[in-house]
Design a protein around this ligand. Structure first.
Ligand SMILES: Nc1nc2c(ncn2[C@@H]2O[C@H](COP(=O)(O)OP(=O)(O)OP(=O)(O)O)[C@@H](O)[C@H]2O)c(=O)[nH]1
Ligand SMILES: [Mg+2]
Length: 609
């Protein structure tokens, strides 16, 4: 016997980055009487993390719930950036249907393909939502045509091709069946959701639920989140936690459900409901919670393998330990292991020394967000250059490749294709839009993409759009034909002074400002040609009694080019590290002094002979 839960819809919102998912959730929340009339809620309500707000992107998937026409709609907002694909993979199993949002101007982008494929894999019924039809360059028909092409390419069954289409301006909370005539509310979207998202079907039998997510709350501790697949659960129930090949018994604390942005404790929840359960600290993501009498596991969560890795180590700079609250290898190790509990798609491995760990993730941003989180928590560490994870298959060297989509102005096309050629990119497709814009598709080694974003912005004068997504492994494509210029390094420790920096800037671009503490081997800029060069940025102007006509002209400094965390990671080459502390990012040579560098060279030579 099974029962259809007509009182519930479980809906995931999926899209490429920035296509408007979280904005649409805002509008759905506001139009469903979730808030008191005088409640000030702002925008991008679900992007509640500090880093999410600063960067304007969603990093973690989040649940909320609204009620419309007597039906509870559980909403799962997901991140659109490819690096957080692990978040999407783990939460889709809570949904029965999804809204596939597509920007009316950009059309489907690489992550649209990824999320639609995942949605089909878990059997979700998609609703196509062409959003941002108010944009001046919106082409809703063209965008829809491209979405249909994508459906044809990815669908496994004919049923999947049959998806309703809606047009929206999420920012204004409007929707309609015709892009020219939107209604003033999202009512048409609500209607389609209630009609087309299949209500969950509750199978009879013992309790069964897959843990799709975990979150932490100061009052209740760790909460396990998921949709109940079978049976029911109540506070105080004993459940079996199945995972990692073993079965543990645990007792349910509270059972909570989402109501708007709040969580409400309930006496009982049953199949179809998305719940949060306290008291099950040992339940990991991907574990099944089950009736101890019928401990049957549900299929686990498949997460794609990492493509990029770097080493995270204890800070060994001469300035180590001045700012961080946590700086030992034991503290770093414990923190990284803890991160694995919730950060799917991340791997942490020991290396041959206790001070360094190999950390692998789904992309540079995935790792950069982790680094930024650690430094805000008070950790100090040093990290190496991000590198693509290369593996051997049947004796052949294979490397990860990505599918890259770019939109550039025609006048930048030559420079961009040349740069991608040097990075071993292969052009798959080129489309001229007849209005001066070009859309390009490439297959390119992940290796070639690392560090490309910075130069892409320069090459297109900031006008280009690029997005990429991991697309399997291919035989090693050969060395890249790109080389970074040499670094300008500080020749001695001290405080950088205007006079010293003014001299150094004649050699290249400077990254630090006067007053900053430097050490020997710290990178203070980029020189104009290959090969590192030492500069004395601490040099003072000699005082002299003789006045010359030129010596007194005030030295004028070009403003320093201050690098963000991601730009710093992109900058690094193999023999360099980034020192990360709560207050500073310092680029440095791995071996700081000439003596150390000579010693390292001798060691490598000895190892090679
Ligand atoms: N013109 C226009 N802009 C919109 C519309 N909907 C969203 N935006 C804007 O698009 C930007 C991105 O919106 P978000 O809601 O953060 O996009 P998202 O899909 O949640 O992004 P990620 O979670 O990072 O993948 C914001 O600046 C929104 O104001 C729309 O209908 N029209
Ligand atoms: Mg978002």
């Amino acid at each position: 016997m099974s029962r259809v839960r007509n009182d519930i819809r479980n809906l995931a919102i999926i899209a490429h980055v920035d296509h408007g998912k979280t904005t649409l959730v805002d509008a759905l929340l506001k139009q469903s009487n979730t808030f008191r009339d005088n409640q000030e809620v702002g925008s991008l309500i679900l992007d509640s993390g500090a880093l999410e707000q600063e960067k304007g992107i969603t990093i973690l998937a989040k649940n909320t719930a609204i009620s419309h026409s007597g039906v509870i709609i559980n909403i799962i907002d997901t991140p659109g950036h490819a690096d957080f694909g692990g978040e999407v993979e783990r939460v889709l199993n809570m949904a029965n249907g999804c809204l596939l949002l597509v920007d009316a101007a950009e059309g489907p982008m690489p992550q649209t393909r990824f999320v639609l494929r995942k949605a089909f894999e878990v059997g979700l019924r998609p609703i196509i939502v062409i959003n941002k039809v108010d944009r001046p360059n919106a082409e809703p028909e063209r965008a829809l045509e491209r979405v249909h092409d994508l459906f044809l390419e990815l669908a496994d069954t004919v049923d999947q091709l049959d998806a309703p289409v809606l047009y929206t301006v999420a920012k204004e909370g409007r929707a309609g069946l015709d892009p020219q005539h939107l209604e003033s509310t999202l009512e048409p979207l609500f209607r389609v959701i209630l009609e087309h998202v299949p209500p969950p079907v509750a199978a009879e039998g013992g309790f069964q639920m897959l843990v799709a997510n975990r979150t932490f709350d100061d009052y209740t501790g760790i909460l396990a989140i998921g949709r109940i697949f079978r049976g029911a659960v109540a506070p105080g129930d004993r459940v079996a936690v199945l995972g990692g090949g073993e079965t543990r018994l645990a007792r349910v604390g509270q059972v909570l459900i989402h109501r708007g942005l709040d969580r409400v404790a309930v006496e009982r929840a049953e199949a179809g409901d998305i719940v949060l359960i306290t008291g099950l600290d040992e339940a990991a993501i991907g574990d099944t919670l089950a009736d101890p009498e019928h401990p049957e596991p549900l299929p686990g969560i498949e997460v794609a393998e990492p493509t990029v890795r770097m080493t995270f180590g204890v800070n060994t700079s001469p300035l180590a330990g001045r700012e961080g609250r946590f700086s030992t290898s034991r503290q770093l190790r414990a923190r990284l292991i803890r991160e694995l509990e919730a950060n799917l798609g991340l791997r942490v491995e020991e290396t041959d020394t206790a001070e360094r760990f190999r950390v692998s993730g789904r992309g540079e941003l995935h790792l950069a967000i982790l680094i930024e989180t650690l430094r805000r928590e008070g950790y100090e560490l040093e990290v190496s250059r991000p590198e693509a994870i290369v593996k051997k298959v049947d004796g052949q060297t294979m490397e990860p490749v990505e599918r890259l989509t770019l939109e550039v102005r025609e006048e930048h096309l030559g420079a961009v294709t040349e740069a991608l050629g040097a990075r071993r990119g292969d052009m798959i497709q080129i489309d001229y839009d007849g209005k001066g814009g070009v859309r390009l598709e490439y297959a390119i080694p992940t290796r070639g993409l690392i560090g490309f974003r910075n130069s892409f912005l320069t090459l297109t004068a900031g006008t280009g759009v690029m997005a990429s997504i991991a697309n399997g492994f291919r035989p090693w494509a050969g060395e890249l034909r790109v080389q970074r210029n040499g670094a300008l390094t500080a020749s001695s420790p001290g405080t950088a002074l205007t006079y010293g920096l003014a001299n150094a800037q004649q050699r290249g671009t400077i990254f630090i400002e006067p007053g900053e503490t430097v050490y020997e081997g710290m990178i203070v800029g980029l020189q104009r040609r290959a090969g590192d060069m030492q500069v004395n940025v601490c040099r003072e102007k000699k005082q002299s009694n003789v006045r010359s006509s030129t010596a007194d002209i005030a030295v004028r400094l070009t403003p320093a080019r201050l690098l963000s965390l991601e730009q710093s990671l992109d900058f690094l080459v193999d023999d360099e590290l980034l020192e990360v502390t709560p207050g500073h990012l310092r680029l440095r040579k791995r071996y700081l002094t000439e003596v150390e560098q000579a010693r390292a060279r001798r060691r490598t030579a000895a190892a090679a002979s």
